[in-house]
Design a protein around this ligand. Structure first.
Ligand SMILES: C[S@@+](CC[C@H](N)C(=O)[O-])C[C@H]1O[C@@H](n2cnc3c(N)ncnc32)[C@H](O)[C@@H]1O
Length: 271
């Protein structure tokens, strides 16, 4: 059986192809795809630089590079994304969990007292609820999403991560969860007019309904607040320019910045 090119050459060719296609991080993407095609991790690529790639792995890699060059996100190509300490199945039914959303899990961990009931609205892949339940087994975590397709993915991820989270299909806060101690949400917050200007990885592949929320981007957040009872503690992720608008919707609000120092999650009580 003929062997394919060595890892070093495959990496160089993949990087060039992705750069030419306009990908923002061509070398990183190439490393992730080459490593996955070889069934290894990125760290080993330097050590394996001279190792020839098998014809099967080479064919898989070529197909993945072709898809990435059309700007499909790496996470959808590989069907997985790491978040906190868990790995999630992701596909086009759900938003790819973003690193900045880890802040919501961190804050929830700080805000929720021992044994508290926490509900996440708009769970998508289940990232926030599952990561929180994995890190804080003392909590009673539940989650919901308006999309039945997203809930199907979250249920697969619950199986995979083996943590206890009740997950259901519901728009806004399910009435049975109105008594929980804390509500978390990373709901859509992109303004409708901004959608077309987003990266092709987003507009061509991710569900628009997971990202866009009306003219000012706050429709979903307002809907959640309207469905919650007065006094309820909520932690809401939002866009970096939406801090003042979200604070105005809550009582005793405070906004936590992300690692770049931008407004990211506002915590407060429903008025
Ligand atoms: C920005 S995505 C976040 C997904 C996940 N929480 C994460 O951080 O990766 C927003 C999610 O909210 C869901 N959603 C949108 N409007 C909703 C609503 N009114 N009630 C419940 N879920 C909603 C979407 O289907 C989508 O899965």
């Amino acid at each position: 059986m003929r062997s394919g090119p060595p890892v070093r050459d495959a990496l160089a060719a993949a990087t060039d192809a992705l750069q030419a296609a306009g990908c923002e991080t061509p070398r990183l993407d190439a490393e992730l795809l080459v490593a996955a095609a070889l069934g290894t991790d990125r760290g080993r690529l330097v050590l394996d630089a001279e190792r020839p790639i098998s014809p099967t792995a080479s064919r898989t890699l070529m197909e993945w590079i072709r898809r990435r060059a059309r700007r499909e996100p790496v996470a959808y190509i590989l069907g997985r994304k790491g978040f906190r300490r868990i790995e999630l199945l992701v596909d086009r039914r759900v938003l790819i969990p973003r690193p900045e959303t880890e802040l919501l899990v961190e804050l929830a961990g700080e805000l929720a007292p021992e044994g508290a009931a926490v509900h996440e609205v708009g769970t998508g892949s289940g990232a926030v609820a599952l990561a929180l339940a994995e890190e804080r087994p003392d909590l009673h975590v539940s989650a919901s999403d308006a999309s039945a397709e997203a809930v199907a993915v979250a249920l697969i991820n619950r199986e995979r991560t083996n943590v206890e989270v009740e997950i259901e299909v519901a728009v806004d806060l399910p009435s049975a969860r109105r008594g929980v101690d804390l509500v978390l949400a990373n709901l859509p917050y992109v303004r409708a007019g901004d959608w077309a200007g987003l990266a092709p990885e987003i507009t061509g592949f991710e569900p628009r309904s997971a990202l866009v929320a009306g003219e000012d981007g706050l429709d979903a957040i307002r809907g959640l607040i309207a469905s919650s009872e007065a006094g309820m503690l909520v932690a809401l992720e939002h866009g970096s320019e939406q801090g003042p608008a979200v604070r105005a919707l809550l009582e005793d609000p405070r906004t936590a910045p992300d690692l770049a120092g931008r407004d990211r999650v506002t915590v407060g009580r429903v008025g």
